[in-house]
Design a protein around this ligand. Structure first.
Ligand code: PEP
Ligand code: MN
Length: 259
C-alpha cells in the first residue's frame, strides 16, 4: 500500500528521495545540508537526533538540543523530516519535528518498539536488520501493521557478509524480492549499503531502474568534518549530480524524480 503523507505518494509513480546528514550536528551544518538537498530536489529531509554508534565514545547525537535546529531547517526548506527513534520513550518528543520515524538496522528486532509504533500514526521507515532474512524483515513490518499503523516503508540498507570491501553488501535483489511479495513501498539506502560515495549514485540509479520506490542518502556540506559517517557522505555537489542523473533515468523509466 502506498504511503500518502505530507503531499507525497511513496510507492506511487514518483521516485522518492530522502537526503540529509547522518546526524544533526549544529545549525550551520544542518541548514547548509538542508538547503542544498532541497535545491537539488530531495523530497524528505533526514538527520539523526539520537545516534546508535558502534563505539560508546563516538558522538551519540544532540538529542533534544537538535529540536530547534530541525525546526529551523524545516522552516527554511518546507521539507518533511525523517529521524531515527532509538527508544519508545522518544515517540512524544520526536513528534514535535518528525514527519517520518525511522527504525534503524539495530532495532528491527525490537518488537516492543515496533508495537509502540504500531499504536502511533506516524509513517515508519523500517530498515532491514543487518543480518535479517527477508521473511524476518517482512514479519517485523507486520508487528507495526497489526497495531493499526499501515504507513510503513521498507528500507534495504545492506547486510553483513564475508565481503569487507564495501561497508555492507547492498542486497538489491532482496529488496526487489520483497517488493514483489509485499504491498509496501521499498526504498534503498546505498550510503550505509556501500559506505563508499563513488558507489552511491550508481546504486541509486539501479534501485530506480529496478522498480524500487526511492532512496535515502547521506549528504554533508563538509564530509571530512562530519561527526558521524563522514566517509560515506556525499558532498552537496555530488548529491546535485546524482539527482540530475536520476532525473534523466527517471524520465526513461517513467519514475519522475522531480515534479
Ligand atoms: C542511519 O540511517 O543513520 C542509520 C543509523 O542507519 P542504519 O540503522 O541502517 O545503520
Ligand atoms: Mn549514518
Amino acid at each position: 500500500m502506498n504511503v500518502k503523507f505530507a503531499g507525497l505518494d511513496i510507492g506511487g509513480p514518483q521516485f522518492t528521495v530522502i537526503a540529509g546528514p547522518c546526524a544533526v550536528e549544529n545549525e550551520d551544518q544542518m541548514l547548509q545540508a538542508s538547503n542544498a538537498v532541497k535545491t537539488a530536489g530531495a523530497h524528505i529531509l533526514r538527520g539523526g537526533i539520537y545516534k546508535l554508534r558502534t563505539r560508546p565514545d563516538a558522538f551519540q547525537g544532540l538529542g533534544r538540543e537538535a529540536l530547534p535546529i530541525v525546526k529551523a531547517a524545516k522552516a527554511a526548506t518546507g521539507l518533511p523530516f525523517l529521524t531515527e527513534i532509538t527508544s519508545a520513550s522518544q515517540v512524544e518528543s520526536l513528534s514535535e519535528v518528525a514527519d517520518f520515524i525511522m527504525v534503524g538496522t539495530r532495532n528491527m528486532y525490537n518488537y516492543d518498539l515496533l508495537k509502540e509504533l504500531g499504536r502511533a500514526r506516524v509513517p515508519v521507515v523500517l530498515k532491514r536488520g543487518m543480518s535479517a532474512k527477508l521473511e524476518e524483515w517482512i514479519n517485523a513490518a507486520e508487528y507495526i501493521a497489526r497495531g493499526g499503523n499501515d504507513k510503513i516503508i521498507l528500507c534495504e540498507r545492506g547486510v553483513r557478509t564475508f565481503e569487507t570491501a564495501t561497508r555492507n553488501t547492498l542486497d538489491l535483489a532482496g529488496a526487489l524480492w520483497v517488493k514483489q511479495r509485499s504491498s509496501l513501498p521499498v526504498i534503498v539506502d546505498p550510503s550505509h549499503g556501500t559506505g563508499i560515495p563513488a558507489l552511491i549514485p550508481g546504486m541509486a540509479a539501479a534501485a530506480l531502474a529496478a522498480g524500487l520506490d526511492g532512496v535515502m542518502v547521506e549528504v554533508h556540506p563538509h564530509p571530512a568534518a562530519a561527526l558521524s559517517d563522514g566517509a560515506q557522505a556525499l558532498t552537496t555537489e555530488q548529491f546535485g549530480a546524482m539527482m540530475d542523473r536520476l532525473a534523466i533515468l527517471g524520465k526513461a523509466c517513467q519514475r519522475p524524480v522531480r515534479a
